[in-house]
Design a protein around this ligand. Structure first.
Ligand SMILES: CN1c2c(nc(N)[nH]c2=O)NC[C@@H]1CNc1ccc(C(=O)N[C@@H](CCC(=O)N[C@@H](CCC(=O)N[C@@H](CCC(=O)O)C(=O)O)C(=O)O)C(=O)O)cc1
Ligand SMILES: N[C@@H](CCS)C(=O)O
Ligand SMILES: [Zn+2]
Length: 761
C-alpha cells in the first residue's frame, strides 16, 4: 500500500487570520494569550484540513518563520537578545523584526532596542527566512517545548503526526558566521542537540520525523558532503525513523550521497527531479522508504493525474509499501483553498488546484495506486477533461503575441549610446547634486488607502471617488518628499495593491484570485497573479498616475514599473511553455509602457527587477541560460528609450557575487539595491569598479521599525565610497516604504537627506 503524507501546510490561514492576529498583537491591541490561542486554533484547523492523509506534518506552523523557530529550538539566539527578561515569544519577535530603543521604552519593555535578524530568500522562492547567526563560540541548548506542545495538540486532534524539523546541515548552511569562523566547525556542537531532540520525539512515541535537508539540491563541496555523512551517522542510533526531505531541485551529484545516508526514507521532488526517482528507487537499500513529491507544491495548476499514474504505477509495483507520495515541497508556497474563490472565470478555475485541492489529488492518486484506477474513475475523468480543456483553450493562445515575440532581435534591447555618452545628457536635464537622494517608490500603504481600495472593490466607492482618494495620497507623498528635500521623487504607488499583482490585473493573459494569499515573510502576504495565456497590454497602465504626480512638482518624478523578470518570478506561471517565452512576452508589454511614459515627458523611469536575483537557478550550471533570457528581457523592456531618459532599476536581497557582469549588462543608468542589513558587505560584488554605472546602496533597512541615524547613514555611505566612486553614488533606502508608517518614514528620510548633505559638504 502506498502511504500519503504532506511536507507542510500554509500557516497564514485561508483568510490570513494569523496575519491579522500578529499585527493586532504587535500594535498592542490584543494579548499574547489571544495570539497563542489563534495559533492553536489554526493548527487544529489545518490538521482537520489534512484528514485522509496517512501521515501529517507537525511543527510546520510558525508565528513568524520556520527557520527562526528552529533557531529557538536549538537555543541559537543572537547574543544581543540573550538575557531578555520578557516572554520568549516577544524575544522571538525582537529577533524577527528588531526593536528601536524608543519603541522598547514606549512599551515599557525591560530590555532596550535590538537590530533585527537578517532576512533573506528561502531558496528560489518568494518566502523570506531569518538567517541564523553564528560565531566560533556559538553554543546550542535544546528547547523542545514548541514541538512537544504541538505534538500533544496533534495527538488530541487525532492525526498521525510526523514532526518536521530543518536538518542540521541545512540549518548551518542557511546561516551566516558573524566572525571568521567556519559554520561547519559547529557541527560537533550541534549534533548532540539534534540527538536529544530525536530522543525527545522517541520518548513521545513518535515513529517518523521529517528532517528537511534541501541544501542537498545545491552544489556542495566535499566538506559539506562529508558533513551529511557525519551528521546522519551520528543520528543513526536514535529510536525514531528519519525521512530525509529534499525539494526545489535535483540532487544530481548528491544523489548517491542522499541514497547512502543511514536514514529510513528519502523524499525527492519529482516535479524538478523526475529522472532521479527511478535512480533513487534502484540505489536505496531495500528497507528504505522512497517518498516522491508527485504534486507540484509551487504552482496552482491541476496535476495531470493520468500522466502521473503512468510513472507512479510501475514504481508502486516495484516498491510496494516502501512508496510514499506527497506534494513536491511544503504547501507554504500556494494559497489554501480554491473553493473560496467566487469570482474566478469558470473555465480557468477548472484548471486550478490550491493546497486543499492538491491534497485531494494526492488522495486520488493513492486510491488509484492502492485500489486501481477504476476506484476513482469519475475523479480521473474529470481531471482529464480539465487538463484537455486547458491544453486546447483558445484563451491561452494569441497568435499576434506569438508573432511579435518571434520578431525579437538583439537590436531591440540596445540603447543608442553607451552609459558614458548618455550620462552627461541626463545630468544636463536633471541637474542633480552629488549624492542625489531618492526613494525606491512606495510610500506607506495606510489603512485609509487599503480601506478605500477594498470599498472600491466591493462597489461601495465608485471609480471617481477611488481615483480622487488615490490622487490625494499621491499629493501627500509628493508634498512630504518636497518638504524632506529629496532630489528625485516617486509618486508613492498608493494605487497599487502589489507591485506585481497590479500589473497582472491590467495585462491580458492574466487572471487573479480574491483570497489566494501566500506568506512572503512574517505577517506579510502576496497574492501572486496567475499567468495562464499569451500576454499583451490592452492600454497604458501607469501613465495617468505618473503624469498627475509630475504635474504637482518641478522636481523629477520617476515613472515606476515592475520589470518582466520580476513579474514572472512573482506570478504563478504557465507550465506549458518555457519561462523564457512568457518572460519575452512580458518584456514586450512593459516596453510599450516605458515608451508611453517617455512620450508623456517622464525623464526618469524605474523598472524594478526585485526578483531577478532570486530567480537564479539553484545550480550554477543553469545560471547562464537563465541570465541570458532574463537580462535580455530587461533590456528589451528598458532600452528602447532616448539617451536623455534615465533608466533606474531596483533589486532587493542583492547578493550579486558571480553575476555582476550580467547586472552590468542590463545597462540601467542607476541601480538601487538592498545593502543596509549586511553593513554594505553586499557591495563587495561591485568592488574594483566592476560596475560601470550609478549605484544607490540602501542605507535604511525598511524591514525594521528602527530609524537609522544620520551618523549611521553617513558611515554606511563612506563604506560604499570605499568601493564605488562617490560621483556614481546615490542615497536611498533598501526597498519601498509601503510596509512602514509615515511616523517612521519622515524621521528616517530626514536623517537620510541630512546625511547626503553632510556627505556633499
Ligand atoms: C517587495 N517585496 C515584494 C515581494 N513580492 C511581491 N509580490 N511584492 C512585493 O512587494 N517579495 C519581496 C518583497 C517583500 N515582500 C513583501 C510582500 C508583501 C508585502 C505587503 O505589504 N503585503 C500586504 C498585502 C498587499 C496587498 O495586496 N494589499 C491589498 C489588500 C489589502 C488588504 O489586506 N485589504 C483588507 C481590507 C482593508 C480594509 O477594508 O480596511 C482585506 O482585503 O481584508 C490592497 O492593498 O488592496 C500585506 O498586508 O501583507 C510587502 C513586502
Ligand atoms: N517600487 C517598489 C519596489 C519594491 S521591491 C516599492 O517601492 O515598493
Ligand atoms: Zn525592493
Amino acid at each position: 500500500m502506498v502511504t500519503t503524507h504532506n511536507l507542510g501546510f500554509p500557516r497564514i490561514g485561508a483568510k490570513r487570520e494569523l496575519k491579522f492576529a500578529l499585527e493586532s498583537y504587535w500594535k498592542g491591541l490584543s494579548s499574547r494569550d489571544e495570539l497563542k490561542a489563534l495559533g492553536a486554533q489554526l493548527r487544529r484547523r489545518h490538521w482537520e484540513n489534512q484528514q485522509g492523509l496517512d501521515v501529517v506534518p507537525v511543527g510546520d506552523f510558525a508565528f513568524y518563520d520556520q527557520v527562526l523557530d528552529m533557531s529557538f529550538t536549538l537555543g541559537n539566539l543572537p547574543e544581543r537578545v540573550q538575557g531578555f527578561h520578557g516572554d520568549a515569544l516577544d524575544n522571538y519577535f525582537r529577533v524577527a523584526r528588531g526593536r528601536s530603543a524608543q519603541a522598547a521604552e514606549e512599551h515599557g519593555a525591560c530590555c532596550g532596542g535590538v537590530a533585527a535578524g537578517e532576512m533573506t530568500k528561502w531558496f528560489d522562492t518568494n518566502y523570506h527566512y531569518i538567517v541564523p547567526e553564528f560565531t566560533a563560540s556559538t553554543g546550542f541548548t535544546l528547547d523542545p517545548s514548541r514541538l512537544v506542545t504541538q505534538l500533544t495538540e496533534a495527538r488530541s486532534a487525532g492525526v498521525n503526526a510526523k514532526p518536521v524539523i530543518i536538518g542540521p546541515v541545512t540549518y548551518l548552511w542557511l546561516g551566516k558566521a558573524k566572525d571568521d569562523s567556519g559554520r561547519l566547525a559547529l557541527l560537533p556542537k550541534l549534533l548532540p542537540v539534534y540527538g536529544a531532540l530525536l530522543d525527545t520525539f522517541a520518548a513521545q512515541g513518535v515513529e517518523w520525523v521529517q528532517i528537511d535537508e534541501p541544501a542537498l539540491v545545491s552544489e556542495l563541496d566535499p566538506a559539506w558532503q562529508q558533513a551529511f555523512v557525519t551528521a546522519y551517522e551520528t543520528l543513526e542510533t536514535r529510536r525514531v525513523k528519519l525521512l530525509l526531505a529534499t525539494y526545489f531541485g535535483q540532487l544530481q551529484d548528491n544523489l548517491a550521497l542522499a541514497c547512502s545516508l543511514p536514514v529510513d526514507g528519502l523524499h525527492i521532488d519529482a516535479i524538478n527531479a523526475r529522472d532521479e526517482v527511478a535512480k533513487a528507487a534502484q540505489a536505496l537499500p531495500a528497507d528504505r522508504v522512497l517518498s516522491v513529491g508527485a504534486i507540484n507544491g509551487r504552482n496552482i495548476w491541476k496535476t495531470d493525474l493520468d500522466a502521473a499514474l503512468e510513472w507512479l504505477e510501475p514504481l508502486a509495483k516495484m516498491l510496494g509499501d516502501r512508496l510514499w507520495i506527497a506534494p513536491s515541497c511544503s504547501l507554504l508556497h500556494v494559497p489554501v483553498d480554491l473553493a473560496s474563490e467566487q469570482k474566478l472565470d469558470a473555465e480557468i478555475r477548472s484548471w486550478l488546484a490550491f493546497a486543499l485541492q492538491k491534497l485531494d489529488e494526492l488522495k486520488v492518486l493513492a486510491s488509484a495506486l492502492n485500489q486501481g484506477r477504476a476506484s476513482v474513475a469519475a475523479e480521473l475523468s474529470a481531471n482529464a477533461a480539465a487538463i484537455e480543456s486547458r491544453r486546447t483553450s483558445p484563451r491561452v493562445h494569441n497568435p499576434a503575441v506569438k508573432a511579435a515575440a518571434a520578431k525579437i532581435d538583439a537590436a531591440l534591447g540596445r540603447r543608442a549610446s553607451v552609459y558614458g555618452q548618455r550620462a552627461p545628457k541626463q545630468s544636463a536635464i536633471l541637474n542633480l547634486p552629488a549624492y542625489p537622494t531618492t526613494t525606491i517608490g512606495s510610500f506607506p500603504q495606510t489603512a485609509e488607502i487599503r480601506h478605500a481600495r477594498s470599498e472600491h472593490k466591493r462597489g461601495a466607492l465608485d471609480h471617481a471617488g477611488y481615483q480622487a482618494a488615490m490622487r490625494k495620497e499621491i499629493e501627500r507623498s509628493v508634498r512630504e518628499q518636497e518638504a524632506l528635500g529629496l532630489d528625485v521623487l516617486a509618486h508613492g504607488e498608493a494605487e497599487r495593491n502589489d507591485m506585481v499583482e497590479y500589473f497582472g490585473e491590467q495585462l491580458d493573459g492574466y487572471t487573479f484570485s480574491q483570497l489566494g494569499w501566500v506568506q512572503s515573510y512574517g505577517s506579510r502576504c502576496v497574492k501572486p497573479p496567475i499567468l495562464f495565456g499569451d500576454i499583451s497590454r490592452p492600454k497604458a497602465m501607469t501613465v495617468e498616475w505618473i503624469t498627475y504626480a509630475q504635474s504637482l512638482t518641478a522636481k523629477p518624478m520617476k515613472g515606476m514599473l515592475t520589470g518582466p523578470v520580476t513579474i514572472l518570478n512573482w506570478s504563478f506561471v504557465r507550465d506549458d511553455q518555457p519561462r523564457s517565452v512568457s518572460c519575452h512576452q512580458l518584456a514586450l508589454a512593459i516596453r510599450d509602457e516605458v515608451l508611453d511614459l517617455e512620450k508623456a515627458g517622464v525623464r526618469v523611469i524605474q523598472i524594478d527587477e526585485a526578483a531577478l536575483r532570486e530567480g537564479l537557478p539553484l545550480r550554477r550550471a543553469q545560471w547562464n541560460d537563465y541570465l541570458q533570457w532574463a537580462v535580455e528581457s530587461f533590456r528589451i523592456t528598458a532600452n528602447g528609450v532616448r539617451d536623455e531618459t534615465q533608466i533606474h532599476t531596483h533589486m532587493c536581497y542583492s547578493e550579486f557575487n558571480g553575476i555582476i557582469a550580467s547586472i552590468a549588462d542590463m545597462d540601467a543608468d542607476v541601480i538601487t539595491i538592498e545593502t543596509s542589513r549586511s553593513d554594505m558587505e553586499l557591495l563587495d560584488a561591485f568592488d574594483n569598479f566592476k560596475y560601470p554605472n550609478e549605484i544607490g546602496p540602501g542605507v535604511y533597512d525598511i524591514h525594521s521599525p528602527n530609524i537609522p541615524s544620520q551618523e549611521h547613514i553617513v558611515q554606511l555611505m563612506k563604506k560604499a565610497a570605499e568601493r564605488i566612486p562617490a560621483e556614481r553614488l546615490w542615497v536611498n533606502p533598501d526597498c519601498g516604504l509601503k510596509t512602514r508608517q509615515w511616523e517612521e518614514v519622515i524621521p528616517a528620510l530626514t536623517n537620510m537627506v541630512a546625511a547626503a548633505k553632510t556627505l556633499r559638504g
